[in-house]
Design a protein around this ligand. Structure first.
Ligand code: NOJ
Length: 569
């Protein structure tokens, strides 16, 4: 079946976290045949591509992002035959398949690392190995080479006696970083990408690819954090261009996960003339509720900051000729509907859950870029916030809980924080029905189903007017039907002093003008009419209330709590 080629500016992408999407064999873990069995659901939603998170052999220390073999399917998720069938069935429905390439690090179970441990010099050079500080010579570890901390808590260096060196792991200790200065590593990674391309896939997502080019000098940082120091490193653009050329994927749909990146670099990653990527994920907008930049310190989302970030990135990427990936959720994020104020009335129309879920969707689908739906967003799936730390599986969450308690937080406080911030909130089983295990498995799900499942599930929402699912279907249709949404220019609008929690912008293409107004305010507020410039010729295209907000003679809009409204000229 021919590969799917579609203009990425007009596309909508759906992310499947395979482990939690649909279990076909009752072992409690989602699998590839499970995904295939739900392709009709995805076709009915109207998405163009499905991105599958890693299903390769893995010890699963980090949810499959610790890959021990890049060219196979973990028996937990099925067989290569199941994979081929999934691709064929997706293509039959006009849906492209994107794979996750985790090429910044391997698992320590990967043959490359095992061969390095066995002393093969060729494979020792695949990893980033250093002597310790103050070491008196071979066999004496000394101190870690730098004070860098890994993403999941604790040092980013591990002493390995079999290597006689410290190895760098920016993530879990079981995820040694690859040394991309080694041309053989770069070729091996390109071969992996080519292997899957030749197997018929249509696009790729590159995991933490902003971190592949390490700084020339490794030095301590004031607080031990190293992501910013490592991100967008000296050779990252050159390595990406080489990867794209060697793997033969120029022109395919690609997205890079850009940890700790900058706007200027995201422009360079995505402007077509550089032949790197189609688009980038950046994460600054998902830190607006981190107190002092600390994920594990809670604060209310700062909407003024959110607006500033969106404006800078939207207008900045446009000016530089780059392209954004638009998203709120993924398998690393708590659910945005909970996070941004939709805490009450899950599954009920008119509740804050309903308003916020739809308002966030309007923002994603009306800004400039390619919208991503993370599984369950379209149903309004909410945070699980489990009652016990034992219910959590994620390595980062379990470590964070321990570090919070060691740092003096009470067990209740640590649990509350993890309940808000854990990645497991985004990894709970897909809610297909209100029945056993949300219809995800006949067995015991690997992670517990949230309590909201009774009203928030695909069966309850399918075909029901005004449901979250139908709202998403409408937005996907609009994205496909309206060129101004896919290609229009973007300009942020001033909502005025009476609307500090409102994000408003216009999209324009030729004669068409669309105005999107989204309020994060739990109270009513008034948006200035001046910049909105909604004349008589404007009609309401979409919104999360049944009717229009009141428009006064001076053009100002009286928005209701958490209202989103879109006008088209
Ligand atoms: C980003 C992935 O999305 C996340 O799940 C993973 O833990 C890290 N990269 C490391 O691969």
């Amino acid at each position: 079946m021919a590969a799917i080629e579609r203009d990425f500016k007009r596309s909508v992408i759906y992310q499947v976290y395979v482990k939690s999407f649909c279990d076909s064999d009752g072992d409690g873990v989602g699998d590839l045949p499970g995904v295939t069995s739900k392709l009709d659901y995805l076709a009915a939603l109207g998405v163009d591509y499905v991105w599958l998170t890693p299903f390769y052999p893995s010890p699963q220390r980090d949810g499959g992002y610790d890959v021990s073999d890049y060219r196979a399917v973990d028996p937990l998720f099925g067989t290569m035959g199941d994979f081929d069938e999934l691709v064929a069935q997706a293509h039959r429905r006009g849906i492209g398949v994107m794979l996750d390439m985790v090429l910044c690090h391997t698992s320590d179970r990967h043959a490359w690392f095992q061969r390095a441990l066995a002393g093969e010099e060729r494979f020792r050079r695949f990893y980033i190995l250093r002597d310790g500080r103050g070491s008196s010579g071979p066999g004496d570890p000394g101190e870690p080479p730098t004070n860098w901390q890994c993403a999941f808590g604790g040092p980013a260096w591990e002493w390995e006696p079999r290597l006689g060196k410290w190895y760098l792991h920016m993530h879990d200790v079981s995820q040694p970083d690859l040394d991309w200065t080694n041309p053989e590593v770069r070729r091996a990674c390109a071969d992996v990408v080519r292997f899957w391309k030749e197997r018929g896939v249509d696009g790729f997502r590159f995991d933490v690819v902003s971190l592949i080019s390490k700084p020339e000098v490794f030095e301590d940082t004031p607080d031990g954090s190293c992501r910013r120091l490592v991100a967008d490193g000296p050779h990252v653009h050159e390595y990406l261009q080489e990867l794209v050329a060697q793997a033969g994927i120029d022109g395919m749909l690609t997205v890079g996960e850009m940890a700790a990146t900058t706007l200027g670099n995201c422009i360079r990653y995505t402007r077509p003339e550089d032949h790197e990527l189609s688009m980038t994920f950046s994460f600054h907008h998902l830190k607006v509720d981190y107190a002092d930049g600390d994920k594990w310190a809670l604060k209310e989302p700062d909407i003024a900051e959110l607006r500033r970030l969106f404006r800078d990135w939207q207008e900045g990427m446009q000016a530089g000729g780059g392209w954004n990936a638009l998203f709120w959720d993924n398998h690393d994020q708590p659910r945005a509907v909970t996070r941004f104020g939709g805490r009450e009335g899950a599954g009920e129309r008119g509740s804050s859950w309903d308003r916020v879920g739809k308002m966030l969707a309007v923002l994603s689908f009306t800004m400039q870029g390619t919208p991503y739906i993370y599984q369950g967003d379209e149903l309004g799936m909410a945070n699980a916030g489990y009652a016990s730390i034992d219910a959590y599986a994620d390595v980062e969450s379990v470590n964070a809980y321990r570090l919070l308690v060691e740092g003096g937080a009470s067990a209740d406080e640590a649990l509350r924080i993890v309940g808000e911030r854990s990645r497991d909130n985004g990894r709970t089983p897909m809610q297909w029905t209100g029945g056993h295990a949300a219809g995800f498995t006949d067995g015991k799900p690997w992670l517990a189903v949230p309590a909201t499942v009774g009203k928030v599930n695909a069966e309850a929402e399918d075909g029901v007017e005004g449901s979250m699912l139908e709202f998403y279907r409408d937005l996907v249709r609009l994205r496909h039907d309206l060129p101004v949404l896919a290609e229009g220019r973007v300009r942020f609008l001033d909502a005025g002093a009476g609307a500090p929690k409102v994000i408003a912008f216009e999209r324009t293409l030729g004669d068409a003008r669309l105005v999107s107004v989204c309020s994060f305010d739990a109270r009513a507020c008034t948006v200035d009419g001046g910049d909105l410039a909604l004349g008589d010729g404007y009609r309401r295209l979409a919104g999360n209330y049944d009717d229009e907000p009141l428009r006064a003679d001076d053009g100002s809009l009286a928005l209701r709590p958490q209202e989103a409204v879109v006008y088209l000229q």
